[in-house]
Design a protein around this ligand. Structure first.
Ligand code: ADP
Length: 208
């Protein structure tokens, strides 16, 4: 089963492109025995699988624009309703703007649930651009061209970064310095969560 000493592990991980949130999100999810739900990965899987959804979103993703909220929020709701997400999840890449925050709030509130923490990975712009260029050379993602990277970062700064203020007001943001080795950043995340009483329940993690 799951999840934390407090009984639930509902997390968001937020940070600019190239902040390492995908990698860190997986590690947090594994430790707490909850699924990582990364909207970008779900969209890409649909594009490569040639599904109806994939056909609808392909050109949007290739331009680095946002898929419409309605479609994205429905996809996330369907995923979070699955049994493995009952006591927790790590959402990566969602919500990405104010409308999606409202959609997620409505979904969680209707279930009597709330987020336990929003992990903010802070990485300076120059560093995230450098990391994205390196990833582009290694992975060849179609949305990792200079022009599309610039668009994705601009959307992050304009639409996504402001959602952190909403969560800050609720007192759930855990700010993490994202510059350092992968292990250093992982350690910072786990100790900051533990300080808030959010530690994986070891017994549960083994049986998960
Ligand atoms: P990155 O954060 O590096 O831009 P992601 O893998 O998170 O990459 O997302 C890739 C693309 O998928 C985005 O550029 C966007 O087109 C689409 N996408 C992912 N999550 C969302 C979302 N929450 N809302 C709208 N579009 C999204």
């Amino acid at each position: 089963m799951t999840a934390s000493a407090t009984g639930s592990a509902r997390f968001l991980i937020v940070g600019p492109q190239g902040s390492g949130k995908g990698t860190q999100g997986v590690l947090v999810a594994e430790a707490f025995g909850v699924p990582q739900v990364a909207t970008g990965d779900i969209f890409r899987a649909n594009v490569s699988g040639g599904t109806e959804l994939g056909k609808r979103v392909q050109s949007i993703i290739e331009a680095g624009d946002l898929v419409p909220d309605e479609l994205t929020s429905e996809l996330v709701r369907d995923r979070l309703e699955q049994a493995d997400a009952a006591s927790g999840f790590v959402l990566d890449g969602y919500p990405r703007n104010r409308g999606q925050v409202d959609d997620l709030d409505a979904f969680l509130t209707a279930r009597g649930e709330a987020l336990d923490a929003v992990i903010e990975l802070e990485v300076p712009r120059d560093e995230s651009i450098a990391r994205l260029r390196q990833r582009a050379a290694q992975q060849g993602r179609t949305d990792d061209t200079e022009e599309v990277i610039a668009n994705r970062l601009a959307i992050y700064e304009r639409e996504t970064a402001p959602i952190l203020d909403v969560y800050r007001e609720r007192g759930v943001v855990v700010r993490i310095d994202g510059v350092g080795t992968l292990d250093e950043v992982t350690r910072r995340i786990f100790s900051a969560l533990a300080e808030r009483g959010l530690a994986p329940d070891a017994g549960d993690a083994v049986s998960a």
